[in-house]
Design a protein around this ligand. Structure first.
Ligand code: SF4
Length: 358
């Protein structure tokens, strides 16, 4: 069990600066971490790589977070979405005692600020009424991370997280409460949860509860310390010697381009066959965020498909346009040349379009 500290947050912004580029998975312009440290302690979590002590050993409960967030919310655009996620689960055990996440959601509900909550906790069910209130005014999305539906494998790679079946049940309840729901297969761990069987069973479970979208990303190994930890996971699963990873990672933080392209192509094909959106579908966020955000998200989602299908030039153009629009910089005439132009025109409305190119 972790020990809890109750320090105020360090000086500086709670939300941090507005992201320079919109997050295409979570639609977010800001990221908010509620607790510092995570008692759930999934062994693969990036958080281990960045903290000097064990990630799950100490959890700081920031008592001044809500007060400071309230001040900062007054200065941000009410149609910018805040993702509550990152290296510290908002519904880890500390939430049962301190309810900091609940207080944050209450604040967002008072303001109607859109949010997305990513959690492996099921305590979020008690806060559905707050999320419904936010969703009525703008947008509130509930997501969980699922690496597998095999509870025995999950026990080995997800620390103290609730079993997959309970998280799926939580998502189904969120859906019933009228909230959009998504699943993140993050990370794909080579040789552990990237098999055809693992992907099929996970996607089938998602379809059964009617998830609105499904996203994925790959295991990030940012340093030697984390590589050692990942090797321990592989050893605990027992099937694969760590040397297998040398072929895929080549000592780099991410798997090879070829590996990622092959897995993404396969997952995209499966999602398309199941009619399951592989990013948050537009119907979920249409008219609920800043128009520039909405346009940027669509362009980034198009870029994801482009790159997966090998249209690299088009993908680069879509990403570049997405960032320009999102940041409110002059929109180049090149925007008219994308296949998404009719949608852009509808979303961006009367914004002046200069004739110059980029
Ligand atoms: S629940 Fe999330 S933040 Fe916490 S250890 Fe697991 S992956 Fe990391």
């Amino acid at each position: 069990m972790a020990y809890y500290t109750r320090d105020n947050l360090p000086s500086g912004s709670v939300l941090g600066p507005r992201r320079p580029t919109i997050n295409e998975f979570f639609l977010s312009s800001y990221t908010l971490s509620i607790y510092e440290g995570c008692e759930i302690g999934c062994p693969y979590c990036d958080g281990w790589a960045y903290t000097p002590r064990a990630l799950n050993e100490r959890v700081n409960v920031p008592f001044d977070l809500v007060e400071r967030l309230e001040v900062e919310l007054a200065d941000i655009d009410q149609r910018d979405l805040i993702a509550i996620s990152t290296l510290s689960d908002p519904y880890q055990p500390a939430e049962q005692s301190y309810h900091i996440t609940r207080q944050v959601l209450q604040l967002l509900a008072d303001k109607g600020q859109p949010c997305l909550v990513l959690t492996k906790g099921v305590g979020i069910k008690e806060d559905f009424s707050l999320l419904q209130k936010i969703n009525e005014q703008s947008l509130a999305i509930v997501m969980t991370t699922l690496l597998t539906v095999d509870r025995y494998l999950a026990e080995k790679i997800e620390g103290k997280a609730y079993p997959p079946a309970l998280r799926l049940e939580m998502l189904a309840a969120a859906k019933k409460a009228g909230l959009p729901i998504g699943v993140a297969l993050v990370p794909i761990i080579p040789y552990v949860n990237d098999t055809d069987y693992s992907m099929s069973s996970l996607l089938r479970a998602c379809i059964e509860i009617g998830v609105d979208f499904f996203v994925w990303d790959f295991l990030h190994i940012p340093n030697v310390r984390h590589r050692f930890r990942i090797n321990q996971i592989l050893a605990s699963i027992g099937s694969y010697p760590p040397s297998y990873y040398r072929d895929i990672y080549h000592e780099q933080p991410l798997p090879s381009v070829e590996y990622r392209a092959e897995r993404s192509t396969e997952l995209l094909r499966r999602c398309d066959n199941l009619n399951l959106a592989s990013r948050v579908p537009q119907r979920v966020f249409a008219g609920k965020l800043r128009p520039a955000n909405e346009a940027a998200i669509l362009l980034k989602h198009a870029a994801f498909r482009d790159v997966t299908h090998g249209r690299v030039h088009l993908a680069n153009m879509h990403r570049e346009l997405a960032d320009l629009i999102y940041r409110g910089e002059p929109i180049p005439a090149k925007l008219r040349t994308t296949p998404l132009w009719p949608q852009m025109e509808t979303i961006l409305g009367e914004l002046p379009l200069p004739t110059g190119d980029i």
